[in-house]
Write a protein that binds this ligand. Structure first.
Ligand code: BES
Ligand code: MN
Ligand code: ZN
Length: 491
């Protein structure tokens, strides 16, 4: 059930709410805006702070019971001493919603003191992220064991009247994340290229956007030998999908967002080890990010032209699958020697990146769970960013930071080109162990003819463990980065 969010002015001391959340920075001082509430709960908050039982550190949480009137419970959530207050508030709000959801509070009111529009938006987005869960495939627990899911959250702010569009924007962004994460969490047998294409069509129908879908036949006609090489191992029809949002001036070149949509990546004939292979259902997080971002962008009604594109298929070993040593030819005419069939994302993107030239892009940003090497380089909290225009890379990195999805640039230079030279074809699809993320980007660059940034989200799009504010599973990356990048250009 989606979370209903709102903002209003109210006296927290007399609020009849099951849960009042107070976000606090590091310190022992009771903030002025909590004085009345403190009184209503018999001075419990002030005492807690004075005793040092709660210090307002990042991710610190303390649950107090309320008084006989007013809020029934109070949840203190710390946000430390932040360098970026909006993002710290967002994180604390996410944690609060997660706790409230587990608690079965049903609804909450949140106090963050004085907030500006950006802070309010981040809090409201954070609340929605915090209560996200995917329960479609689980038998519901018996009635008696059920707890009330969090369905309502109110930001208490004196300037609430001025925050009307902020609430709408936060809902739009929340809906984008929700859709992305849902698709990502769905298993490979349900989230197929067909389902991704149908979901794109649904986004298109609801927002009157043009949606184009190419299947195997159309791709054969377009001579997309590289994408089709990957798809030849599966009976599922591969899909190349474009969702066109035209909110900007007619004739203005669009921003093109591209996503890798491998609904499952077994590795193909170069098969992956069984252990942790189940996580390869997340190999479509780039595509999920594109779909979610298009949902949000349409809801935000941004005055820009944006085309969201993804290539969807499944990488399977089979009697018809691609083999190491095979040579395929992409639609731009370049021949590719297959060294490792597990380097399939770049093969799909080769034809997708060539195809998007037809939109005459102002810029293309692609996101792909492309290399395990990016996890070695940057770990699980930072996306790798590479491109053919450093100013543009910096712009995308800035958008990623605003979205709380940090990215960091890795270098590209012609020196690395040597590593993907083939003995028999124009290029080969792997460059060896060294600089795996960079050689993958070098490969993509062979199919790019416009200003371009590539985001390698293999380490950041999903988590194999619980991350305090995010449960094990899809993080939503790169949805927010796409949205913020487009927003940043919509002025
Ligand atoms: N989908 C994987 C990359 C990946 C790895 C995503 C770990 C998420 C977590 C990609 O298709 C792949 O298999 N890449 C290979 C490339 C190699 C064969 C050059 C890799 O990273 O091992
Ligand atoms: Mn692979
Ligand atoms: Zn893959």
């Amino acid at each position: 059930m989606p979370l209903t969010i709102s903002a209003r002015a109210a006296n927290p001391a007399t609020l009849n709410t099951p849960l009042l959340v107070a976000l606090l920075p590091t310190g022992t001082e009771l903030p002025t805006h909590l004085k009345a509430l403190d009184k209503a709960v018999g001075g419990a908050i002030g005492r807690t702070l004075r005793r040092g039982d709660f210090r307002g550190g990042r991710d610190e949480v303390l649950h107090l019971t309320g008084g006989s009137r007013g809020p029934r419970r109070v949840l203190l959530v710390g946000y430390g001493t932040p360098t970026d207050r909006p993002l710290a508030l967002r994180r604390a709000a996410t944690l609060a919603a997660r706790q409230a959801h587990r608690l079965g509070a049903g609804s909450l009111a949140l106090l963050a003191g004085a907030v500006d529009a950006r802070e309010a938006e981040q809090v409201l987005v954070g609340l929605q992220l915090g209560c996200w869960e995917f329960t479609d495939l689980r038998t519901p627990p018996p009635e008696a064991d059920r707890r009330a899911p969090l369905t309502e959250a109110t930001l208490i702010a004196d300037n609430a009247k001025a925050l009307g569009s902020v609430v709408d924007n936060a809902i739009a962004i929340g809906a984008g994340y929700d859709l992305s994460r849902r698709l990502a969490q769905m298993p490979g047998n349900l989230c197929t290229p067909d389902l991704l294409a149908d979901t794109a069509r649904d986004v298109g129908t609801r927002h009157s956007l043009k949606v184009t879908v190419l299947g195997r036949k159309e791709m054969e006609r377009a001579k997309m030998g590289s994408f089709l090489g990957v798809a030849q191992g599966t009976p599922q029809d591969p899909k190349l999908v474009a969702i066109e949002y035209r909110g900007g001036p007619k004739g203005e070149k669009p921003i093109v967002l591209v996503g890798k949509g491998l609904c499952f990546d077994t590795g193909g004939i170069s098969i992956k080890p069984a252990e942790r292979m189940e996580f390869m259902k997340f190999d479509m997080c780039g595509a999920a990010g594109v779909i979610g971002a298009m949902e949000a962008i349409a809801r935000l009604a941004l005055p820009v032209n944006v085309v969201g594109v993804f290539g969807a298929t499944t990488n399977m070993p089979s009697g018809t699958a691609l083999k190491p040593g095979d040579v395929v030819t992409a639609s731009n005419g370049k021949s590719i020697e297959i060294i490792n069939t597990d380097a399939e994302g770049r093969l799909v993107l080769a034809d997708v990146l060539s195809w998007v030239t037809r939109f005459d892009p102002a810029v293309v940003v692609d996101a792909a769970t492309l290399t395990g090497a990016v996890v070695v380089a940057l770990g699980n909290f930072t996306t790798g960013a590479l491109g053919n225009d450093d100013t543009l890379v910096a712009e995308v990195v800035g958008a990623a930071r605003r979205a709380s999805e940090p990215a960091w640039q890795l270098p590209m230079s012609d020196d690395y080109r040597e590593l993907i030279k083939s003995d028999v074809a124009d290029i080969k699809n792997t460059g060896g162990r060294a600089a795996g993320t960079i050689t993958a980007a070098m490969f993509l660059r062979e199919f790019v003819s416009y200003p371009w940034v590539h985001l390698d989200v293999a380490g950041t799009a999903y988590s194999e463990s619980d991350l305090t504010i995010i449960p094990k599973g899809p993080t939503g990356v790169p949805t927010g980065t796409f949205i913020e990048f487009v927003r940043g250009r919509a002025h």
